[in-house]
Write a protein that binds this ligand. Structure first.
Ligand SMILES: NC(=O)c1ccc[n+]([C@@H]2O[C@H](COP(=O)([O-])OP(=O)(O)OC[C@H]3O[C@@H](n4cnc5c(N)ncnc54)[C@H](O)[C@@H]3O)[C@@H](O)[C@H]2O)c1
Length: 258
């Protein structure tokens, strides 16, 4: 399937690791120019050098801007820099996120921890949308894809802030899709179950090898990137305001004891 992403400009938050990193590689492989946004300067710069050193298609470029997505000044600077360097922005992908407390009972969660998770996972996506929308409007294929989670629909115990934040990302997606539809901008989200990334390894205490031995299925960041690329591509033009759940069918399972 031809995704029509060659020559497009894509800005990706959380691009230095995990799903964001896989998205950056996948968009680059399609011939897009990629702007990597992350708070991790070393990993972001290193990926920029890697992509610029060989994986980019002819005519495509790659840049890295260090930014904390929760800081409006950082985000304004990052988005303006990308639009100026690449002559616009066609696609915005919001991957940056944190788990916050995992396996922590409600009474043990500090207000500051709760607010930090909401700030990165929700405010960061809001700022990305707010800063990018004026540029996406000028594109004839303007699209945003946000990383939500299966935790937008179901909750595991001991992760109250994360679960709350991912529910908010789902509704933020719908709100943005309605808000930006008149400007020709589509907004969708992806909702994966466990993905083998540094975040999930740290949360669950696994390596790639031990993940493979678990009873529950674990997907790869590259699989999620494929879903992101589909939703970002003009191929999915009629798809707007939706959530693509990739959870091996868990959410479809009834509790009926048949
Ligand atoms: N890994 C999973 O199992 C899984 C499942 C469902 C959804 N998700 C979501 O996918 C997204 C990516 O997760 P991942 O597993 O690739 O995580 P990851 O930890 O591997 O990568 C996250 C990246 O975001 C960056 N980041 C964090 N806070 C930031 C900030 N304030 N400003 C800028 N950058 C910041 C980090 O530096 C890192 O490079 C997250 O939103 C996560 O909630 C992950």
């Amino acid at each position: 399937m031809e995704l029509g992403l060659a020559g497009k400009v894509v800005i990706i938050t959380g691009a230095a690791s995990g799903i964001g990193r896989a998205c950056a590689r996948a968009f680059a492989a399609e011939g897009a120019s990629v702007a990597l946004i992350d708070v991790d300067n070393d990993a972001g710069s290193s990926l920029q050098r890697e992509l610029a050193g060989g994986e980019l298609e002819a005519g495509a470029s790659c840049m890295f801007v260090r930014a904390d997505i929760t800081d409006p000044t950082h985000m304004e600077f990052a988005v303006q820099s990308v639009a100026h360097a690449f002559g616009g922005i066609d696609i915005a992908v919001g991957c940056a996120g944190i788990s916050g407390p995992v396996g922590v009972a409600l009474q043990e969660v500090g207000v500051a921890e709760f607010e930090r998770v909401m700030s990165v996972n929700v405010t960061g996506q809001f700022l990305l949308a707010q800063q990018c929308a004026p540029f996406l409007k000028l594109s004839n294929v303007g699209a945003m894809v946000l990383l939500a989670s299966d935790s937008s629909f179901v909750a595991a115990p001991g992760m109250v802030p994360y679960n709350a934040s991912k529910g908010a990302v789902l509704q933020l997606t719908r709100a943005l899709s309605v808000e930006l539809e008149p400007d020709g901008i589509r907004v969708n989200c992806v909702c994966p179950s466990v993905v083998d990334t540094p975040m999930a390894r740290a949360d669950l205490g696994h390596t790639s090898e031990t993940f493979a031995a678990q009873k529950y299925p674990v997907q790869t960041a590259e699989q999620v990137a494929n879903h992101v690329l589909y939703l970002a591509s003009p191929v999915s033009a009629p798809v707007n305001g939706t959530s693509l759940v990739s959870d091996y069918g868990y959410l479809a399972q009834s509790s009926f004891p048949a």
